[in-house]
Design a protein around this ligand. Structure first.
Ligand code: GLP
Length: 240
């Protein structure tokens, strides 16, 4: 099988080769997210390794968050979204490029004068009319993030209804951000976010803040998102 070929192409101790082969198979989507791995005995046979070697390797993969082990049901490839940080993309872009259907539920959409804390962060003049858009972001039917975006009305147009891609809409008015400042932090979900993300309040989630600047250096977005920590990875390639 292809998996066995991958294993044979690796070098080093068997356990490590097995981990690398399975990791690459998962990362290349050879084994798709959510898919069940074959039962241990069968899988060990297919790979030509002992069950105990396989089990050790699966334990490691589970610890790395690549697979999930459900008691009585077996092992499944975790449903994680790997998000590279090298390109400036929005949620819809990220989903579409993975062949996933992006879904948004609009929880709030209001026009108001820019809130003072946003004005402070973005240097937008006080009184600037903005949209406050609160959305639940899903990958198909799976909740991924809860997101609050504040954008000047001029960057989306007054008749913006909040549906579809925010960045797509911006592309048709003044343009999406050209440059962003972004910070990421692990936080406890807390009761409100937990309720939206359908996790326990003590669960760790990834809080991402983004301030986006348009062509002339004027802020076009002040956003804060909470991503489910069990379904979302930020991946960076860093040149040294
Ligand atoms: C990501 C960013 C947000 C941005 C959004 C736009 O989620 N963290 O700051 O507003 O993408 O996504 P879309 O174009 O799908 O609305």
């Amino acid at each position: 099988t292809e998996l066995r070929q991958r294993l044979n192409r690796q070098r080093g101790p068997l356990g490590l080769r097995l981990i690398n082969a399975l990791t690459s198979a998962i990362e290349d989507d050879m084994i798709a997210a959510g898919e069940a791995l074959p039962p241990e005995r069968e899988f060990a046979e297919e790979l030509g390794v002992s069950r105990s070697t396989l089990r050790q390797c699966l334990e490691q993969l589970a610890e790395d968050g690549l697979i999930e082990t459900r008691r009585g049901a077996g092992h499944f490839v975790a449903r994680r979204i790997l998000k590279p940080v090298t390109r400036l993309t929005g949620f819809t872009d990220d989903m579409v490029s993975r062949g996933i259907q992006p879904v948004s539920k609009i929880l709030e959409k209001t026009i108001m004068p820019v809130p003072p804390d946003t004005a402070f962060r973005t240097a937008l003049p006080l009184g600037t009319p903005v949209f406050v858009l609160v959305r639940l972001r899903l990958a198909g039917d799976e909740i991924l993030a809860y997101e609050r975006s504040i954008v000047p009305v001029t960057s989306v147009g007054e008749d913006y209804d909040g549906t579809g891609s925010l960045y797509g809409r911006m592309d048709k008015h003044g343009g999406r951000p050209k440059r962003i400042l972004q910070s990421m932090r692990a936080v406890e979900a807390g009761p409100e976010i937990a309720e939206h993300l359908k996790v326990k309040p003590s669960t760790a989630v990834l809080m991402i803040r983004r301030i986006g600047y348009g062509a002339h250096g004027v802020a076009v977005e002040d956003a804060i998102s909470w991503y489910r920590g069990d379904r979302y990875d930020y991946v960076a390639e860093i040149n040294g």
